[in-house]
Design a protein around this ligand. Structure first.
Ligand SMILES: Cc1cc2nc3c(=O)[nH]c(=O)nc-3n(C[C@H](O)[C@H](O)[C@H](O)COP(=O)(O)O)c2cc1C
Length: 333
């Protein structure tokens, strides 16, 4: 699908479509990120999903091969525990030629930004609230992504600000380019995001049943079947794990909610359920979708089949074009 939108973010990342595929723990590996890049967007390998440096380096090399050396990105978590120190992941990515970074979590430290900039790289920092975006802007990031309360995964401190509202407010308050994310799964929403002032969208959930996602067919079938009410939010009020977490409403999530209702607030009370290896091994690898905290949001309702990422991207851009035509019709009449 040819380029239709030319924004500050398509220029910053040198991409055809204003679509960023946010990092997905365990799932945004080389194959997924390469599929996004080859489809005209920008994807980010989650460094934290690699338990060792050699494993991470293998992912980087595989992605470079699958993209025929097109630029691709790496997601760095600035607050969550990583098996390998953050700066070690960063240095490995820079050595492999990666220049595009999505950071998420705490405000990125000066030396992180400086090291990326010094290497000629670009960093977009993902935040749940506009005020965090303003801080990141002051710290010198190139762009920010603001995710609404409806996003899959961790909306952080954002429990009441939808993506479109935050995105519209951002227009008057940010000077740097910004993307908005959360609940976006249809191309008309991309047009709406651009209309309120954003330069791109961040998508996670809509891509979960992509053919190139490394996950069990039963997991993808569950994503196809799920509707907009099949998610739940855990840890909305207490924060043993750092805040709200929007996931598939499955047996694990219900057990977490049950323990929350019993007033348990310490990390140990939930550790057996929230461990990432439960998601990775039981759900993503073996297809038992009742096990593990499986991040997703209401945009899952837009998934209607397993199909290549390029086909999803083409559909999104065709929907954006149809929405543009609709607006033209309305303004002519
Ligand atoms: C399965 C899954 C795993 C995620 N893991 C991460 C992660 O490790 N790091 C991160 O920055 N964001 C993570 N996210 C958030 C996405 O990058 C993105 O911001 C979010 O999915 C956008 O909202 P949407 O799901 O409504 O499209 C994850 C989201 C999902 C659905």
């Amino acid at each position: 699908m040819p380029q239709t939108f030319n924004t500050r973010i398509t220029r910053l990342f040198n991409i055809r479509h204003p679509v960023l595929a946010g990092g997905l723990m365990w799932l945004s590996d080389a194959d997924y990120v390469a599929a996004v890049v080859n489809a005209g967007g920008m994807g980010f390998i989650t460094s934290r999903s690699s338990a060792t440096l050699p494993e991470f380096e293998t992912q980087l090399a595989r992605c470079a091969a699958l993209t025929s050396a097109k630029p691709f990105g790496v997601n760095l978590s600035t607050s969550r525990h990583s098996a390998v120190p953050l700066m070690t992941y960063l240095d490995a990515a820079l050595s492999a030629g990666v220049r595009h970074f999505e950071t998420a979590g705490r405000a990125p430290a000066d030396d992180l930004i400086r090291r990326i900039k010094h290497a000629g790289g670009v960093v977009i920092h993902k935040v749940p609230l506009l005020r965090h975006a303003i801080t990141a802007q002051r710290l010198g990031v190139d762009a920010v992504a603001i995710v609404g309360m409806e996003c899959g995964g961790h909306p952080g401190a954002n429990t009441d600000m939808p993506a479109m509202l935050g995105g519209a407010l951002a227009a008057g308050r940010l000077q740097i380019p910004y993307a908005i994310g959360g609940g976006i799964g249809n191309g008309a929403q991309i047009l709406a995001a651009l209309a309120v002032g954003a330069d791109a969208v961040v998508i996670g959930t809509r891509f979960l049943a992509g053919a190139e996602v490394t996950a069990h067919p039963a997991y993808k079938a569950r994503m196809v079947a799920a509707g907009e009410h099949d998610h739940t939010v855990c840890f909305a009020s207490n924060t043993p794990l750092g805040g709200a977490w929007r996931v598939l409403n499955n047996a694990t999530a219900r057990e977490v909610r049950e323990r929350e209702a019993q007033g348990r607030t310490d990390y140990e009370s939930f550790a057996d359920l929230t461990t990432g290896t439960l998601q990775r091994d039981a759900a993503y690898a073996q297809g038992d979708v009742e096990q593990g905290m499986l991040s997703m949001g209401p945009a899952v309702a837009f998934i209607d089949q397993v199909e290549p990422i390029a086909a999803i991207m083409d559909r999104l851009m065709a929907e954006a074009a149809a929405a543009t035509n609709r607006l033209e019709t309305l303004t002519r009449s």
